[in-house]
Design a protein around this ligand. Structure first.
Ligand SMILES: [Ca+2]
Length: 244
């Protein structure tokens, strides 16, 4: 379970990615949601900055804050004192665009309700994540095609435990845009869905902790709904008025 990355290769890849990102100019001009007819999905995982606005508006104090800190996997699940969405890794986060984590299912759902939406179902998430639904997608995306990965034909460009520029979580919009122009559907942090097995809820997409195989659509990763950890986040779905 230990994440190892070769330093020399890491820096070489980082330089290549920085050059690529400087050319692509992602995130600045794109809307925050991707629309699929009667519903929409957040383009990125919900960020610390977005969650902070919710906390300021509602006075919410999360369970990780009240209960002594969020969890990270070490020798089993270990509570990390002081870790919460405010300090995902125990320190002031480098960017407000990092994903909001250390939130259980109900806390994620409460945020989405406040934002006018809800958590997606597993099937909604899966369709948006793997099947290109845009009417005129930019190259190389093909309308109607279902891809093997959320990033297309390969997992390259996602933030997993494989060699990439991100040792832990990555800020929104810096990884490679995937199917439907969505970011981090695979990798970065797991995302809560409403799929239930008793008191458990399905998380999808894998995370920076795991290899790319956890990104696949058929992964069934259910977690206790009241669990929160450093690599579980979420994004919201929104029901839209039907076209008349
Ligand atoms: Ca994700």
């Amino acid at each position: 379970m230990i994440k190892v990355k070769a330093c020399t290769r890491y820096f070489r890849v980082s330089i290549a990615w920085l050059a690529l990102l400087s050319l692509s100019g992602v995130s600045a001009q794109v809307s925050e949601k991707v629309t699929f007819g009667h519903w929409a999905l957040d383009r990125t995982e919900v960020t610390i900055g977005q969650f902070e606005r919710y906390v300021r508006a509602t006075g919410t104090v999360t369970r990780a804050e009240k209960e002594g800190g969020g969890f990270e996997y070490g020798a089993g699940w270990e509570r990390r004192p002081g870790w919460s969405w405010r300090r995902p890794d125990g320190a002031v986060p480098a960017s407000a665009d990092l994903p909001a984590v250390h939130l259980d299912f109900a806390e994620a759902q409460a945020y989405c309700r406040w934002a006018g939406g809800r958590l997606p179902s597993g099937s909604e998430w899966q369709k948006a994540g793997f099947t290109e639904l845009r009417s005129s997608p930019p190259a190389p995306w093909v309308k109607g095609r279902t891809y093997a990965w959320t990033t297309g034909d390969s997992p390259q460009g996602a933030n997993t435990s494989d060699t990439d520029p991100w040792p832990r979580a990555a800020p929104a919009g810096v990884t490679r845009a995937g199917v439907n122009g969505l970011y981090d559907m695979g990798g970065n942090v797991w995302e809560w869905t409403t799929d239930a097995q008793g008191s458990q809820r399905r998380t999808v997409g894998g995370s920076w902790w795991y290899g790319p195989v956890q990104m696949k659509s058929d992964v069934q990763a259910f977690k206790p709904a009241d669990f929160y950890a450093v690599y579980i986040g979420f994004r919201c779905a929104f029901d839209l008025p039907s076209p008349t």
